[in-house]
Design a binder for this molecule. Structure first.
Ligand SMILES: [Zn+2]
Length: 394
């Protein structure tokens, strides 16, 4: 048996909302004991933590590993070789940020699906992944210039969904409304119809797959929720009626506050087109208000950043924690829960991940300060541990 003890740590317990001094003993990648672990077994490796804070590895539930955050829109895409290299670099970026699980929601050429399987088999290093393959949009809809698979009407939606399921998608991603990064479409405008989304949901759910919806404008969000979609992405213009229905149906919300924040306040080396800046300025206040309203009403919320959008690389993933506190008014504990145990529930892995609990997999981030007191410490991850192995060290 392979044993390792992370000694003299402060353990961040997101379930109980406290930090306590102690050790974490890991056996074959699983947490065996936390706190007072007693005399160490013979041959146990010791990693001295020097009082640093051991937290559950973060989740990023809205990523695009085949989209580069520092390219201008004209440079997106390219050869599969280049995109695969970019994806592998993105995976390293997440590990650097202390992210040990991602849900990739739209990419090129099935690279996400292939890498998911390679990571699972232990042949490629990266966070664990759920993958969507290509996202499905209407003809000329948001993302058609990126990786969108264009389909129109219920019949074609069924076909497109089956196509992505055959390719190995865990989740199906649909584009319900316009968005910021595509020229000529508006975030507030609905694109996919109710019947089209119902067709996707029916096909996906038959196979046990789930559906997420890029939905920014109010009517597109409303019809996504009516169609039975499992998670709303971005949700910039949420209204009270839709929020109530989301609570009732248990629909998830992945706000991705980082996406609009970094377009306006990030340090991209590339100047973004005017339409990107104009649309972001138009949605940002409403976006934050939607997040606050949804949280206050009890909507289930997970953490995602839309990594791959301008100035918003995988390495920035944990900025979302800080934005939820500073812009969204949450306590650090509330934000940490969203990025760990709540996101684990969205991904269906809460039995094995999302908290530092004996029996769960040993996937951790390591911070210098107590994140329950100083949330900004999460943006300076010191070490990432996946299944008991150190996969990144600052
Ligand atoms: Zn996205």
């Amino acid at each position: 048996m392979k044993q390792v003890c992370f000694k003299n740590a402060n353990i961040v317990d997101v379930l109980e909302g406290r930090c306590f001094a102690g050790d974490a003993l890991v056996e074959d990648g699983r947490i065996a004991a936390v706190g007072e672990v007693g005399p160490l077994p013979e041959g146990c490796r010791v990693v001295e933590m020097g009082g640093q804070y051991l937290a559950p590895g973060a989740f990023n539930c809205h990523t695009h590993i085949t989209i580069s955050s520092d390219a201008d829109m004209g440079l997106i895409g390219g050869s599969d070789a280049r995109l695969t290299l970019l994806a592998i670099q993105s995976l390293q970026g997440f590990l650097k940020a202390g992210v040990t699980f991602i849900r990739d929601v739209g990419g090129y050429s099935g690279i996400d699906i292939l890498l998911r399987d390679e990571i699972r088999a232990g042949r490629v290093q990266g966070p664990d992944m759920l993958a969507c393959g290509r996202c499905i949009c209407i003809t000329g809809g948001h993302s058609w210039t990126l990786c969108g698979l264009q389909a129109d009407g219920a019949e074609e939606m069924r076909k497109a969904t089956r196509d992505q399921l055959r390719a190995g998608a865990d989740w199906i991603k649909v584009i319900a409304t316009g968005g910021i990064m595509t020229k000529g479409v508006e975030p507030g405008a609905q694109q996919m119809d109710l019947e089209e989304m119902e067709a996707v949901v029916r096909e996906a759910h038959k196979c046990g797959a789930k559906v997420c919806s890029h939905a920014q404008g109010a009517s597109g969000i409303r019809d996504s929720v009516r169609a039975g979609i499992d998670s709303i992405e971005h949700g910039c213009y949420l209204d009270g009626e839709t929020i109530s229905r989301m609570v009732e149906q248990g629909t998830w919300f992945c706000p991705t506050l980082a996406a609009s924040h970094f377009i306006l306040y990030g340090d991209s080396p590339v100047k973004q087109p005017d339409y990107v800046i104009r649309k972001t300025k138009a949605v940002i206040d409403s976006h934050i208000r939607s997040f606050k309203d949804a949280y206050a009403a009890g909507v289930k919320i997970c953490m995602g950043t839309d990594a791959g959008t301008p100035s918003n690389p995988p390495e920035n993933s944990c900025s979302e924690y800080v934005l939820m506190v500073e812009k969204g008014g949450l306590t650090p504990l509330e934000a940490l829960r969203i990025g760990t145990i709540e996101s684990a529930k969205l991904c269906g892995v809460e039995e094995s991940l999302g908290s530092i609990t004996p029996g769960k997999r040993a996937c951790f981030a390591v911070y210098r300060d107590d994140p329950l007191q100083t949330i900004a410490t999460v943006t300076d991850n010191r070490m990432t541990i996946k299944d008991g192995e150190i996969v990144y060290r600052a």
